[in-house]
Design a protein around this ligand. Structure first.
Ligand code: NDP
Length: 258
């Protein structure tokens, strides 16, 4: 695991004084927008990534230029030891973690009859086990008053053909969200999920024709694709003071698609 700190501020000078958010899969797409938004909200931000080091470091540089603290940390959420080191890197740079955003995810679509074992296992490993790995560390380490925000998907409600394996991972994430909210009783930590609808990122656009994208964009009554900013705003709300009474919930942010 490489730990690349490009923060303009001396993060270690005042450990614990700034609220700290750790965003998994923040090198691009929704996660990058969430990291930028939480930094603008005043959080010191850990930008986790799997492989896209250049994008993660560019985001850290952008956040640092705007005067906030950020740190890029490579870690594969599938691996429990890498997730532990991710939290340790956050703690040693910023003194602790207050908010975990479980955003890292992958999606492969195919009918069940045509889904091979590797495709199924890969989605379980990243989306479900990866979320479990980070939630387990967060449950042990998050400071009092913290928040855990998991990325689910509106496909858990839509249940379209070809989404079985992916939707199953997100249904599991929703179940763990509600259970962990109860397990953290007494710690003043809220656990919620955001379930976006179709959102304009690589994950959604990959392998879809312009026609399919257009059709899916029109499904919601608001008749457009979600943008990463639409989701980052919801995460910002759940991470902030106005959501202090929201716990164990799944918030679908999808233009009304379901
Ligand atoms: P993108 O494909 O744009 O980005 C995925 C991010 O996850 C990247 O930063 C990638 O890192 C990271 N990642 C992938 N695998 C791992 C891993 N093993 N360990 C650590 N990081 C990893 O996806 P989106 O932004 O679209 O999706 C973000 C989340 O939102 C996902 O959980 C997705 O399921 C969910 N979602 C997305 C929707 C959409 O329409 N886009 C709709 C509903 C939910 P790197 O680039 O460094 O490899």
């Amino acid at each position: 695991m490489n730990t690349n700190a490009s923060a303009s501020n001396d993060a270690s000078s005042s450990p614990g004084s700034t609220r700290v958010a750790l965003v998994t899969g923040a090198s691009r797409g929704i996660g990058a927008e969430i990291a930028a938004r939480l930094a603008a909200d005043g959080f010191a931000v850990v930008v986790n990534y799997a492989g896209e080091v250049a994008s993660a470091e560019a985001l850290v540089a952008k956040i640092s230029e705007a005067g906030a603290k950020a740190l890029a940390v490579q870690a594969d959420v599938r691996a429990p030891n890498e997730v532990r080191r991710l939290f340790e890197a956050a703690e040693s740079a910023f003194g602790g973690v207050d908010v975990l955003v479980n955003n890292a995810g992958i999606m492969s679509l195919s009918p069940i009859a045509e889904t091979d074992d590797a495709t199924f296992d890969r989605q379980i490993a990243v989306n479900l086990k990866g979320s479990f790995n980070t939630m387990r560390e967060a449950a042990k380490r998050l400071r009092r008053g913290g928040r855990i925000i998991n990325l689910s998907s509106s496909v858990v409600g839509l249940l379209q053909p070809t989404y079985a394996a992916y939707a199953a991972t997100k249904a599991g994430v929703e179940a763990m969200t509600k259970i962990l909210a109860k397990e953290l009783r007494g710690r003043e930590i809220a656990v919620n999920a955001v379930a976006p609808g179709p959102t304009a990122t690589d994950l959604f656009m990959k392998a879809k024709s312009a026609e399919v994208v257009e059709r899916l964009a029109k499904l919601a009554p608001l008749e457009r694709l979600g943008q990463p900013e639409d989701i980052a705003r919801v995460v910002s709300f759940l991470a902030g003071p106005d959501a202090s009474w929201v716990n164990g919930q799944v918030l679908r942010a999808n233009g009304g698609i379901i």
